[in-house]
Design a protein around this ligand. Structure first.
Ligand code: PMP
Length: 445
């Protein structure tokens, strides 16, 4: 029994781990046990815990102006400074920014911005959104409809049909390929399917294609070479926006500033959260290119007030912390450091590629997955195996996360050092061997 209804949890087991404090890349439970935070919380604590400058930025802003809103044209300097800073960093042309509080609400906002925009230009029928299977875009009613995971739909009567979500293939070669299919054939097949779907629905009814450049929460899925190039060409051909969900991949995570840079994507819209503030306070940004914004303010459009906004849109304390986070990224060259240490992590993870429990090791920068696979039967293990591995890691003082039913994810804070990466790899090696021993005893291998 618990007073708290825990998010994304098995409510029936009631298992908890009470985290009491954090320092750098480590957290400590209420018994004093130390853990290396190999997941940066939920893919977000990029600068680690207890960072004095972020604490100072929040404290100063709390003294100066603890709250102000942005409705009806009210504004404040720290919000304007943050918007300019984001605009200067993102690969979106003439970027304009709407502030929210979470990745989910940024994605909800994008749906509204799309509708408002297409209404403004007199194309109200262009409103459907293509989203992929196995994607994660959030959990509010609308963003959960974009998400392509059964667990987020079943028992909640989702998706809402009226939202007009078109579901297309996940670029997950290991699990979605047909027998004997090469990577290039796989790409051609799923991009071919996408084009058939666009034609069947009618391109004049489709507003955008949403994708995480590298899919995070459902398995750290990295599309094969050529996939995005072909998708982007299709979207250009049929006049459909590329909407990049960079909630995980934004800000240095994948070895470059944004996942779009790593994967060669030119986005029209971008959703940001998590590392935007190193998770010190909740804040998100829905970013759209200038053309979308210009149509919204065009005097000749027939639309009235833009009736969308949150009480905490542009919360000044969250803005101050976010601005300081982005300044630290630039001043301390955090992305370059993460790219170099990312190569070190990826090289280190290759030692597990031939382990009897492992089917594939993949990653970019400081995000990676070890995908478990029964080589003898050429099938995935039951989901109990990655969960067992997650628990074994925790027993060795390492927090990692089972994702996608078959894999275990790595996403340490961007400030992790090479010495700490060695520590992470050592703990993981021991946990993997413990799990192999258990799986052998269970007759799973
Ligand atoms: N998009 C992506 C790609 C995410 O990974 C997440 C969260 N894991 C979200 C959106 C939703 O963000 P939030 O949990 O802040 O609502």
């Amino acid at each position: 029994m618990s007073t708290i209804i825990y998010p994304t949890s098995n409510l029936k087991t009631g298992e908890t781990l009470s985290i009491a404090r954090g320092e750098g890349v480590y957290v400590y439970d209420d018994q004093g046990n130390k853990y290396l935070e190999g997941m940066a919380g939920l893919w977000c604590t990029s600068l680690g815990y207890n960072h004095p400058e972020l604490i100072e930025a929040a404290t100063q802003q709390l003294h100066n102006l603890s709250y102000s809103h942005m409705f009806g044209g009210k504004t404040h300097q720290v919000g304007k400074d943050l918007a300019e800073k984001i605009r200067s960093m993102v690969p979106v042309d003439d970027a304009h920014i709407f502030f929210g509080n979470s990745g989910s609400d940024a994605n909800d906002t994008q749906i509204k911005l799309l509708r408002y925009y297409f209404n403004a230009i007199g194309k109200p029928e262009k409103r459907k959104i293509i989203a992929r299977k196995r994607s994660y875009h959030g959990i509010t009613v609308a963003s959960a409809c974009l998400t392509g995971l059964e667990v987020n739909h079943t028992n909640f009567d989702l998706p809402v049909e009226a939202l007009g979500i078109i579901r297309t293939d996940a670029p997950y070669y290991l699990r979605e390929k047909l027998a004997g299919e090469s990577e290039a054939q796989f790409v051609d097949r799923i991009v071919g399917n996408l084009e058939k779907q666009i034609i069947a629905e009618g391109p004049e009814t489709i507003a955008a294609f949403i994708a995480e450049p590298i899919t995070g929460a459902s398995g750290v899925i990295i599309p094969p070479a050529g996939y995005y190039e072909k998708v982007q060409a299709l979207l250009t051909k049929y006049d459909i926006f590329f909407w990049a969900d960079e909630v995980i991949t934004g800000f240095g995570r994948t070895g470059n500033d944004f996942g779009c840079t790593t994967m060669g994507i030119k986005p029209d819209m971008m959703s940001l959260a998590k590392q935007l503030s190193s998770a010190y306070l909740p804040i998100s940004a829905a970013v759209v290119k200038g053309g979308i914004y210009q149509a919204m303010i065009e005097p000749s459009n027939q639309l009235g007030v833009f009736g969308h906004g949150y009480t905490y849109s542009g919360h000044p304390v969250a803005c101050a912390v976010s601005l300081k986070t982005l300044e630290i990224y630039q001043r301390d060259e955090i992305f370059a450091r993460a790219a170099s240490n990312g190569e070190y992590l990826q090289a280190g993870l290759q030692q597990f590629a031939d382990h009897p429990l492992v089917g594939e090791v993949r990653g970019r920068g400081l995000i990676a997955a070890v995908d478990l696979h029964n080589r003898a039967s050429d099938e995935a293990f039951p989901a109990t195996v990655p969960y067992r591995l997650q628990q074994a890691c925790q027993d060795h003082g390492l927090i990692l996360r089972a994702v996608g039913g078959t894999a275990i994810a790595f996403c340490p804070p961007l400030i992790i050092s090479r010495e700490q990466i060695d520590e992470l790899l050592g703990k993981f090696a021991r946990a993997l061997d413990d799990t192999l021993q258990w799986a052998t005893q269970q007759g799973l291998i």
